[in-house]
Design a protein around this ligand. Structure first.
Ligand code: AHR
Length: 495
C-alpha cells in the first residue's frame, strides 16, 4: 500500500550551523578497533600507510571524519600515556582489564594517534585518565602534545621524533566517572574536574576545549550537580546514550530480529531526543547563554557480540536497522545544535555500531557507514526549519514512532540537501515537499535500502546494502513529490 506525508522546508530561514563535529567518531583500545582495525603496523603484509591500514584510512578519508575520540572509553581511565611513547620495543605491556583481559602492547600511542588525525585532517579528542591517573600525569600529557617551548615534555617529544607540537583542541577530563572511570559521586567528580583541569594548560597558541565527564542517559542529577559545581570551568559536558535493550542479560542479536524488534529499536533510539531536551533544560537553568556545550560523545546500538567472537571485544554486525538508528539519530541531533556541539558514534572500526568491519585483509563498509557518507553534506551547513506531517505508530514499551523522519540543511554555497527516512517496513510513502519561496528545478539523490531489515554486508557478500542513485522525484511548480520505498533512506540535493 502507499501512504503519504507532507514536509515543508523553510529554505530561507535557519539560524544554527550543524557543527561538523556532530559527525564525530570514537576509537577505543577495545577488541580490534585499533589493532587490526585502524593499525596493523608498518611490517604487516596488509597494505598500510606508515602502519595505518590503507583501506580503512581511505574509507575514513571519504567520510570526512571531523573529530576522533581516543583512547577510550573505559580504557582511558586505566591508560598511562607514557607507556605508549618512545621505541616500541621498550614500551611496557598492560592488561586491558575492561575489555576481555587482552594484552595491550602499547604499540599504538600518542604519536600514532595524533599523526593519524593529522593525516585524516580531523580534530583529535583526547580522553584523559582521571580514574587511576594523577594530576601530574595528565598535565604532562598536555605539555607533551602541545608545548612548543624548551619544556621537559616538549623535549621528550622531540627526542621521540616529533619536533613540532600537535594542535589538540578537545580534552576529556575523565570518562564515565560515575562508573568505569572511578565510580564517583557527582559532587566528588566535580571537585576532581576542577583540580585536574586547572593544570591542563594552554601552551603556545593551543587552546584546549575542556570537557567534563557527563551523565549516562537518564541521570539528570549528574548534569545538575556538574552545572552547579563546575559551571563555566568546563567548555563542554558529555553525555552517553546507547540504543540498548538493557545492561544485564542478552542485548539481543544484531542480525536476527523481527519487525516488532525493529520498531522497538526506532523508539528507543528516538528517545535520545527527550533525553537531550531534559539535559538541555538543566543546562539552560545555569547557563542561559548556552556557553557550555553538550557533547554526546558516545552513542549508537549495542547488541550481543557476534557468536564465535572474543568475549568483551564488542564485535557486532550492522544491518539496515542500524542504518536507521544512524539516520534518525542524526535527524534529532541537527535540531539541538544550539547546545549540542558534538556527537561521536561508538565506534569507528570493529566495535559496536561501527562504520567499518575488518577480517584479516578484508574490509566491509557497514550500512551505518553509508548513512554517514550520504549525510556528510550536512556537516557545517545551516539547519533548516521543517514541518513534517506523517503517520505515527505505537511500538513496544509505550513509545510512538513517526513513520517518516527528515532533516534539511543549506550549505555555504546555498545548496539545499534534504534527508528522508521511511521507517515503515511495508509501505511506500509518497512525500509532498513544499519549498516556500524556492523554485526547485531538479533534485538528485541516493537511496539506501535492501530487501530485508536484517540485511547486512558480510565479508562474503560485502555489497548487499549500499547506496544507489535515486530517481523517484517529480517537480511540479516548485513542489516535490518523492516516492520513498518501504524501509529506505534518501538524501536529495536540490538543483
Ligand atoms: O563504547 C564502549 C564503552 O561504553 C566505553 O568504553 C564506555 O565509556 C561505555 O560504557
Amino acid at each position: 500500500a502507499q501512504k503519504s506525508a507532507t514536509l515543508t522546508v523553510h529554505t530561507d530561514q535557519g539560524k544554527e550551523i550543524i557543527p561538523k563535529e556532530i559527525y564525530g567518531q570514537f576509537a577505543e583500545h577495545l577488541g580490534s578497533c585499533i589493532y587490526g582495525g585502524l593499525w596493523v603496523g608498518e611490517n604487516s603484509d596488509i597494505p598500510n600507510i606508515k602502519g595505518y591500514r590503507t583501506d580503512v584510512f581511505n574509507a575514513l578519508k571519504d567520510l570526512s571524519v571531523p573529530v576522533l575520540r581516543w583512547p577510550g572509553g573505559c580504557f582511558a581511565d586505566e591508560y598511562h600515556w607514557m607507556d605508549g611513547i618512545g621505541p616500541k620495543a621498550n614500551r611496557p605491556k598492560m592488561v586491558n582489564n575492561n575489555w576481555g583481559g587482552t594484552i595491550e602492547d602499547n604499540s599504538f600511542g600518542t604519536h600514532e594517534f595524533l599523526n593519524l588525525c593529522e593525516m585524516l585532517g580531523c580534530e583529535p579528542y583526547i580522553s584523559g585518565n582521571v580514574g587511576s591517573g594523577t594530576v601530574e600525569e595528565l598535565a604532562k600529557w598536555v605539555e607533551y602534545m602541545t608545548s612548543d617551548g624548551d619544556s621537559p615534555m616538549a623535549n621528550l617529544r622531540r627526542k621521540n621524533g616529533r619536533d613540532q607540537a600537535w594542535k589538540v583542541k578537545f580534552l576529556g577530563v575523565g570518562n564515565e566517572s560515575w562508573g568505569c572511570g572511578g565510580s564517583m559521586r557527582p559532587e566528588y567528580y566535580a571537585d576532581l574536574y576542577r583540580r585536574y583541569s586547572t593544570y591542563c594548560r594552554d601552551y603556545d597558541g593551543n587552546r584546549l576545549y575542556k570537557i567534563a565527564s557527563g551523565a549516562s542517559d537518564y541521570d539528570y542529577n549528574w548534569t545538575d550537580v556538574l552545572m552547579k559545581q563546575v559551571g563555566h570551568r568546563m567548555h563542554g559536558l558529555s553525555l552517553h546514550y546507547y540504543t540498548v535493550t538493557g545492561w544485564s542479560g542478552s542485548k539481543t542479536s544484531a542480525t536476527q530480529f523481527n519487525k516488532d524488534d525493529f520498531y522497538w529499536t526506532m523508539g528507543k533510539c528516538l528517545e535520545v531526543e527527550d533525553v537531550i531536551k531534559k539535559h538541555c533544560a538543566i543546562m539552560d537553568k545555569y547557563d542561559k547563554d548556552k556557553k557550555i556545550a553538550l557533547l554526546l560523545d558516545e552513542w549508537g546500538t549495542w547488541w550481543d557480540e557476534e557468536p564465535g567472537t572474543i568475549r568483551g571485544h564488542l564485535y557486532q554486525q550492522n544491518t539496515l536497522r542500524d542504518a536507521f538508528v544512524a539516520s534518525l539519530s542524526l535527524d534529532v541531533f541537527h535540531k539541538y545544535t544550539d547546545r549540542l556541539k558534538m556527537a561521536n558514534i561508538a565506534q569507528v572500526v570493529n566495535v559496536l555500531q561501527s562504520m567499518i568491519l575488518t577480517k584479516g585483509k578484508d574490509i566491509v563498509l557497514t550500512p551505518s557507514y553509508y548513512v554517514f557518507k550520504m549525510y556528510k553534506v550536512h556537516q557545517d551547513a545551516t539547519d533548516l526549519p521543517i514541518e513534517l506531517n506523517c503517520e505515527q505508530k505505537s511500538v513496544r514499551d509505550n513509545r510512538t514512532v513517526p513513520l517518516v523522519s527528515a532533516t534539511a540543511s543549506k550549505n555555504k554555497d546555498g545548496v539545499v540537501h534534504i534527508s528522508l527516512s521511511n521507517v515503515d517496513t511495508d509501505n511506500e510513502q509518497e512525500i509532498t515537499i513544499n519549498l516556500p519561496n524556492v523554485n526547485a528545478k531538479k533534485a538528485v539523490g541516493e537511496i539506501l535500502s535492501s530487501a530485508n531489515l536484517t540485511d547486512h554486508n558480510s565479508f562474503e557478500k560485502p555489497n548487499t546494502v549500499k547506496p544507489a542513485p535515486f530517481k523517484e522525484v517529480k517537480i511540479n511548480k516548485g513542489t516535490l513529490k518523492v516516492k520513498l520505498p518501504a524501509k529506505s533512506i534518501v538524501t536529495l540535493e536540490l538543483q
